[in-house]
Design a protein around this ligand. Sequence first.
Ligand code: ADP
Ligand code: MG
Length: 276
Amino acid sequence: MAKVLEIKNLHVSVEGKEILKGVDLTIKTGEMHAIMGPNGTGKSTLASTIMGHYKYEVTDGTITLDGENLLDMKVDERSRKGIFLAMQYPNEISGVTNSDFIKTAMQARLGEDEHVSLFKFIKSLDKAVSDLKMRSDLPHRYLNEGFSGGEKKRNEILQMKMLKPNFAILDEIDSGLDVDALKVVGENVNNMRGDDFGALIITHYERLLDYINVDYVHIMMNGRIVKTGGKELIAKIDALGYDWLKEELGLEDEEEERKQHVVLGSCAIKKKTEAK
Ligand code: ADP
Ligand code: MG
């Protein structure tokens, strides 16, 4: 039976400022969803909140996995429940090799008397490294340390392939990738498709989605999902950007609003100094 990750009316604040303003989204295993949207609309905030990052405060709404409250769970519990986040900016961890990190994460998902077979682990790691056309020494280097931007992104996908999560949230795994790497990464994500795998792919370019066959495309603006459709939305955004949607929905332009505040702010300062 499909597993269900359900987000309802999610409101999230960061440092007292509301970023997500009522997100509704349901993802089932077997489905691939894309979220697109301009910069600063809350896509990464959504990803971090699903994973349980402490900085993101849920002020309203729910996130459940098969009816269980995810918000009550710590990050590692969420991971053991089968949720995986490929971060937009992966951390570098010195002193921990890539392969140790992956093995530990795999072990953490097993029961106390079960163990990751070293033989099987090495075999599947070698295969994943070659599938991703990564340099063969990468598993033995410290996690992400000195990795190029593209290598870090591939490395996130390597972890995903090894951990085989039920739900993968991939936050801009395409940024910093050249065309060849984009194809490799996209195809590897697409190959994950299966009854036990659901994905939320965050991107603001359509190019990655040339390689990933998504079922649904959501557009996020000003902290909400404002439109959901199929692949036809990708081509439309590629050709026209987001302005048509802002007009269609009568949305205020957050960027413009912010600029006006700055202008007002500097006017206010000017007035004060003039008065002196
Ligand atoms: P997107 O991924 O869509 O570009 P983000 O979710 O990264 O957008 O950011 C949405 C808004 O939330 C931005 O205004 C950003 O500055 C703010 N924000 C996100 N995370 C943090 C944080 N950790 N600290 C402060 N502000 C944050
Ligand atoms: Mg982001």
